[in-house]
Design a protein around this ligand. Structure first.
Ligand SMILES: Nc1ncnc2c1ncn2[C@@H]1O[C@H](COP(=O)(O)OP(=O)(O)OP(=O)(O)O)[C@@H](O)[C@H]1O
Length: 252
């Protein structure tokens, strides 16, 4: 079954149309890049797909169920959202903030158990934060906060992951490390907004391009990402070079 489907979806914000009549299906194992210039509506679309704001028209389904019929707890067992610039204001330690990712899976009166903490510690280790487990999240650097939010999402351990700029605040090595860590979790459906089309080329198999005021284009990455579409997307001529992992696009 498709994990996430959009049928005739229209999303608007502040009088602007982000997508109109969008048809899209994210299947298990697929990784979709959402590309578009600043203000194109990437965050707005991800929030709509996560049920944080209503669609203007059309329908979003998760595992075949309409999003607006799913209680939040059930939805949070299936879908996780990495917010852009996650709030570090958590009253506790980095480990406690991470294990909070388990809350949708716990009963109303139950506490996190050893298996939950094991998942959280593994996620912190994957994100290179094991040594900071006892720290106050408010004391973390921007890149460390971003990796804490990713560790919490990993601990939530859901089949559908929506990530708003997962590589923001990260140095180039960490960007690759985080995307490799995501790729190492197969069989999940995933959509991530990115500003670096080259990371999309390297780590994603499908792409959704948001052209402000001019509609959207969705499909297999090789079919929709090229120097012409990226040039139109970002308002700059782009040059295609051959890199070790496939094509690399740079502004002319
Ligand atoms: N509450 C609001 N009222 C009116 N317009 C809004 C509101 N919130 C966001 N917008 C506008 O909607 C547009 C889409 O914003 P959004 O944050 O979704 O874009 P984005 O593609 O994620 O941008 P960026 O790449 O800069 O993060 C922007 O022009 C933004 O100014």
């Amino acid at each position: 079954m498709n994990q996430l489907t959009c049928h005739d979806l229209t999303v608007t914000i502040g009088g602007r149309t982000v997508v109109e009549g969008l048809e899209l299906a994210v299947e298990p194992g697929q990784t979709w890049a959402i590309l578009g210039p600043n203000g194109a509506g990437k965050t707005t679309l991800l929030h709509t797909l996560a049920g944080l704001r209503p669609a203007t028209a059309g329908e979003v389904r998760v595992d075949g169920e309409p999003l607006d019929h799913l209680p939040r707890r059930r939805l949070a067992r299936r879908l996780g959202l990495l917010l852009q610039d996650p709030d570090p204001g958590f009253a506790g330690t980095v480990l406690e903030a991470t294990v909070a990712g388990r809350h949708p899976h716990l009963g109303a009166w139950s506490m996190e158990g050893e298996a939950d903490y094991r998942l959280a510690r593994e996620a912190l280790a994957t994100m290179g934060l094991a040594e900071l487990a006892g720290r106050d999240p408010a004391t973390l650097s921007g890149g460390e906060r971003q990796r804490l939010a990713l560790a919490t999402l990993f601990t939530q351990d859901v089949p559908l992951e929506l990530l708003d700029e997962p590589t923001s605040h990260l140095d180039p090595g960490r960007q690759i490390g985080v995307l490799e860590a995501l790729a190492a979790r197969p069989d999940r459906g995933r959509m991530l907004s990115l500003h670096d089309a080259n990371l999309a080329v390297r780590f994603c198999d499908h792409a959704l391009l948001l052209y402000p005021g001019e509609g959207a284009c969705a499909g297999p990455l090789e079919a929709v990402v090229n120097e012409r579409t990226l040039g139109r997307l970002y308002g700059r001529d782009m040059v295609r070079l051959e890199g070790p992992h496939g094509p690399v696009f740079i502004p002319a």
